[in-house]
Ligand binder design. Structure first.
Ligand code: ADP
Length: 275
C-alpha cells in the first residue's frame, strides 16, 4: 500500500509540474500575442499618418483649380516626402519581421570594419557636403576581422551616419566616425555635436517607433525603426549597441562586435602588425 501511495504522490507531483509548465507557456504565448497586437497597431498608425496627408493634399489639389504654383509645389513636396516615408516604413517593417522570425538571410564572411566604415562614409559624403556638416573619419591603419554580413553592417553604420547628419547643427556641424580595436572586440562609434537626447528618451531610443512625432526629424522622414533594426543586426552577430548623450552636447551611438579569432591565415597580419 505504501509503495502504491508513493507512486501516486510522484504522479501527482509530476502532474502539478506539467500543469505549472503549461500555465507558464500559456502566459508566454499570451504576452507574445499582446506584443504582436501592439506592434500591429503601431504599424497601422504609422502607415495611416502619411497616407492621410497624401490623400488630403491630393484631394485639395484635385478640387482647387485656382491653386497657385507655389502652393502646388509645396503640397507636392510634402506628398513626395510622405510617400518616401511610407515606402521606407514598409521596407523596414518587412525587414524587421524577417529578422525577428529568423527568416533573414545572412551572408557571413570575415569583414574588415575599416572597409565598412569607408564605404558608408563614401555613400554619405555628398549629403554631408550638401548640408555643410563635416564628416571626420578616425580609423586605425589595420584591424582584425569580425565575422558578420558586410552589407548588414554597412546598413547599421549608414543608419547612424544619417541620424547624426539629421541632428548635427547647420552651422559648425561635425560628426566623427571612429573605429577602434580591443583585444577581444572592435568598436564603431558615431558622434555628433547636435542637441543630444533627453534622458527619458535615452532609455527607450532602441524601442520600435520611439521618436518624437512632430519634431523636425520626424518631418524629415524618420520611421523610428532604424535603431531597433540596427541593434538586432548587431546582436545577431554577438555584439552590443548603445548610446551615450549629455543633453545639449550631442549624441554618440556605438556598437561592438567580437573580434574574429585569429586563424593561421592571420599570421601575415600579425607579422605586419608587429613590425
Ligand atoms: P528614425 O531616425 O527613422 O526616426 P531611429 O530608430 O533611427 O528612427 O531613431 C529613433 C529616434 O532616436 C529618432 O527619431 C530620434 O528621436 C532619436 N535619435 C536618433 N539618432 C539621434 C541623434 N544622433 N541625435 C538625437 N536624437 C537621435
Amino acid at each position: 500500500l505504501r509503495a502504491y501511495s508513493h507512486a501516486l504522490e510522484d504522479k501527482s507531483r509530476s502532474l502539478e509540474r506539467a500543469t505549472a509548465e503549461l500555465r507558464e507557456a500559456n502566459e508566454k504565448l499570451k504576452s507574445l500575442d499582446r506584443m504582436k497586437d501592439d506592434f500591429m497597431s503601431s504599424v497601422t498608425h504609422e502607415l495611416r499618418t502619411p497616407l492621410t496627408s497624401i490623400r488630403a493634399l491630393s484631394e485639395l489639389m484635385r478640387d482647387d483649380d485656382h491653386m497657385d504654383t507655389a502652393q502646388r509645389q509645396q503640397f507636392l513636396g510634402i506628398i513626395v516626402t510622405e510617400a518616401e516615408r511610407l515606402s521606407r516604413l514598409v521596407n523596414q517593417v518587412l525587414d524587421m519581421a524577417k529578422i525577428e522570425a529568423g527568416h533573414a538571410e545572412w551572408h557571413d564572411t570575415d569583414v574588415d570594419l575599416r572597409e565598412v566604415a569607408e564605404q558608408a562614409a563614401g555613400t554619405m559624403k555628398e549629403s554631408y557636403r550638401e548640408r555643410g556638416v563635416a564628416l571626420v573619419l578616425s580609423l586605425p591603419a589595420q584591424v582584425h576581422a569580425v565575422r558578420a554580413d558586410a552589407d548588414r553592417l554597412t546598413q547599421v553604420v549608414l543608419n547612424l551616419l544619417s541620424n547624426a547628419l539629421k541632428y548635427a547643427p547647420r552651422e559648425g556641424g561635425r560628426v566623427v566616425l571612429r573605429l577602434h580595436e580591443d583585444p577581444d572586440r572592435l568598436t564603431v562609434e558615431v558622434e555628433d555635436n547636435g542637441p543630444g537626447i533627453p534622458l527619458e528618451q535615452q532609455a527607450v531610443a532602441f524601442e520600435k517607433f520611439r521618436q518624437v512625432a512632430g519634431d523636425d526629424h520626424y518631418r524629415a522622414g524618420g520611421t523610428g525603426l532604424g535603431l531597433p533594426i540596427s541593434r538586432q543586426i548587431v546582436e545577431h552577430f554577438g555584439g552590443s549597441m548603445w548610446l551615450r548623450s549629455t543633453p545639449g552636447q550631442g549624441a554618440c551611438f556605438g556598437f561592438s562586435l567580437p573580434r574574429h579569432a585569429p586563424t593561421a591565415a592571420d599570421d601575415s597580419y600579425n607579422d605586419e602588425h608587429q613590425r
